[in-house]
Design a protein. Structure first.
Length: 192
């Protein structure tokens, strides 16, 4: 089973996915991360990807006149690898319906969706009076952070915990949950 990973920044989730799934054997199939792609030429993840032995393609969204033109180029680059699944890992661009009609994609979001959609999820969740926080993996749909859920896990808040500590805890949860969720989706495909 082939996957392509899209990211825009650090790429810590990309790294976790590559380390736990790439070239590993799972109940009758192997996972191959065939490429990583970024819209950000300055993303730290580019180096990470190369160090892990996966070529990273850069498609700078600023070089395109419209969202549609960027999405078309991105879709073409992804489809050239014929992946079974496209994995968004901190990919900070909204994808158009035209893109999503061609590409089956999943995303990870650092909150218990449908709570705290959007770019400030960690902070909103940290500041909220809720006693729990968490991480969600979901299919990508036209509406931001709103596709069907695949996996979700909650963690308790710790009194007196700093925002940095809270973020680090959510990140390590992501690094375990995302590979598990990807495998689940790939297995479903195999069974079908
Ligand atoms: C993660 O917190 C993810 O939930 C969100 O963006 C962040 C990406 O972090 N969508 P990284 O680039 O994987 O380190």
């Amino acid at each position: 089973q082939k996957i392509v990973i899209l990211f825009s920044g650090e790429g810590s989730n990309m790294e976790a996915i590559i380390r736990s799934l790439h070239k590993k054997e799972f109940e009758g199939f192997q996972v191959h991360v065939v490429a990583t792609l970024t819209n950000n030429p300055n993303a730290k993840g580019i180096e990470r990807s190369k160090e892990l032995g996966i070529p990273c393609e850069v498609i700078d969204h600023r070089a395109f006149e419209s969202r549609e033109a960027f999405d078309a180029a991105l879709a073409q680059a992804i489809l050239a690898h014929r992946p079974n699944l496209t994995v968004l890992a901190g990919f900070m661009r909204i994808l158009s319906p035209l893109f999503l009609r061609q590409i089956r994609a999943i995303n990870i979001h650092p909150s218990l969706l449908p709570l705290f959609k959007g770019g400030n999820a960690m902070q909103e969740s940290y500041l909220s009076p809720m006693k729990v926080a968490g991480v969600s993996v979901h299919y990508v749909s036209e509406e931001l952070d709103s596709g069907d859920l695949i996996a979700q896990e909650a963690v308790g808040k710790i009194e007196g915990e700093s925002f940095e500590e809270f973020k680090a805890r959510l990140h390590s949860l992501e690094h375990r949950l995302y590979p598990e969720a990807i495998l689940r989706v790939l297995k479903e495909k195999v069974t079908l």
